[in-house]
Design a binder for this molecule. Structure first.
Ligand code: SAH
Length: 392
């Protein structure tokens, strides 16, 4: 099979030689005569083949490379299946499916398959296609998912600035629908997930390891879970035998999900939920009441321009945490803004800590779990950062 050629300007091949999968429009000398979503060859100014990618003429990222190679390869259903199978084998090694049957199967660039996210909830695969190229091969992808044993597939539209191209999809079941909600386990903790109406693909799978940390510390403690969504952190705290757990979210749908999940546990009676703004809740809360406070807000910086405002938002939020936490207590603080990197986030938290005039220690740096792998050549994939702090 012959593909159209995308030729780079002289000297602009460096990042691709370093296996960064994105080709920016400014680096291109000759655009291929190809359609949105076509597979193209990426070549240097000297006509050396660098790899194959999906073309996207109207995006700033005109091509996303899915295979770096200097020789021809066969890109067919089996090629895509191999990538998916590799991803599945990794998850099989990472997770005990008896204890955890919800996880990320495909993490785009992190699994060397840009433009697609697949999250698994038991037998259901929730697929988000972020680029036209992925949409074009979706039948092959769905066949691969079936082959891996996922009997139900839900195609979910992603509403986010990460969607760099217009993909014309509506959320829908591919084949047979599955009744909602789906009952899953995460580290042995039960949750109900509605993939059709829930945020993201239905659940925030990227907090699994950090929830376990809360589980490890929560016995006998008073826990405040801000931005709780469906109660991820709250259920771990309850299951661990917390004395009291408060969940706060401004969305009443989120709080309804949270309450439903909490009711799956025996000690739901020590839990209380609040449909309220988390800043207001924190301001009004009693100083020194909580032993553990979780601060997991949505991405405050959706793009680079929003960084200054977002910085203030994170600073204020963390300052409230430091002000309110009981002496000797713990704060787990997070940012999932791609545009706020680890160093900046730490500086922001430092600023808030300094204002509190209390001693603060980092017990652990937190990140996304191993089923959200970070391609070392694509640092943009490291989006979740957090700190486990002890406050004197
Ligand atoms: N920690 C959660 C995920 C948080 S997602 C988990 O582990 O699943 C962020 C949540 O913050 C969303 O549910 C959203 O409804 C809520 N939210 C956004 N702004 C808020 C605000 N100002 N006050 C309270 N909740 C807010």
């Amino acid at each position: 099979m012959n593909y159209k050629k995308l030729v780079l300007k002289s000297g602009r091949e460096r990042s691709l030689l370093n296996r960064h999968p994105w080709v920016f429009s400014g680096a291109v000398k000759t655009l291929p005569e190809a359609q949105n979503g076509d597979i193209v060859e990426v070549r240097t100014n000297h006509n050396e083949l660098l790899g194959f990618g999906f073309f996207a003429p109207n995006s700033q990222i005109v091509c996303r490379v899915f295979e770096f190679t200097d020789s021809y390869i066969k890109i067919d259903e089996n090629f895509w299946f191999k990538k998916m199978q590799n991803a599945f084998l990794l998850r099989k090694r990472l997770l005990n499916f008896e204890q955890t049957n919800c996880y990320r199967l495909l993490h785009a660039e992190g699994d060397f398959i840009p433009g697609i996210i697949v999250d698994i909830y038991n037998q259901v695969a929730v697929v988000q296609l972020l680029i036209k190229g992925m949409e074009r091969i979706s039948t092959q992808l769905f066949a691969g998912l079936n082959q891996l044993g996922f009997t139900h597939i839900y195609l979910k539209t992603k509403q986010s600035t990460q969607l760099l191209e217009q993909v014309e999809q509506e959320s829908k079941w591919v084949g047979e629908a599955q009744a909602m909600p789906i009952r899953v386990l995460e580290n042995g903790v039960p949750f109900e997930v509605n993939v059709e109406t829930g945020q993201k693909t239905g659940f925030f799978l990227d907090q699994r390891d950090n929830r376990q940390i809360v589980g490890n510390w929560a016995a006998g403690r008073k826990v405040l879970n801000t931005f709780s969504y469906s109660g991820g952190f709250s259920l771990y705290a309850l299951q661990a035998g917390a004395r009291l757990v408060h969940s706060v979210d401004s969305s009443k749908e989120a709080i309804a999900l949270c309450n439903a999940n909490v009711s799956l546990l025996k000690n739901a009676n020590v839990h209380e939920s609040f449909t309220q703004d988390c800043f207001e809740f924190l301001i009004a809360s009693e100083t020194g009441f909580y032993d553990i406070i979780i601060l997991d807000p949505p991405a405050f910086a959706k793009n680079a321009r929003a960084v200054p405002n977002a910085t203030r938002g994170y600073k204020n939020l963390n300052a409230l945490g430091f002000q309110k936490i009981k002496p000797g207590g713990l704060i787990l603080t997070f940012s999932c803004s791609q545009h706020i990197d680890k160093e900046l986030f730490r500086k922001i938290v430092f600023g808030a800590a300094a204002e509190s005039r209390r001693n603060v220690r980092i017990l652990q740096q937190l990140s996304q779990p191993q089923d959200h792998p970070i391609n070392i050549f694509h640092p943009e994939g490291e989006y979740l950062k957090g700190l486990l702090l002890q406050v004197d």
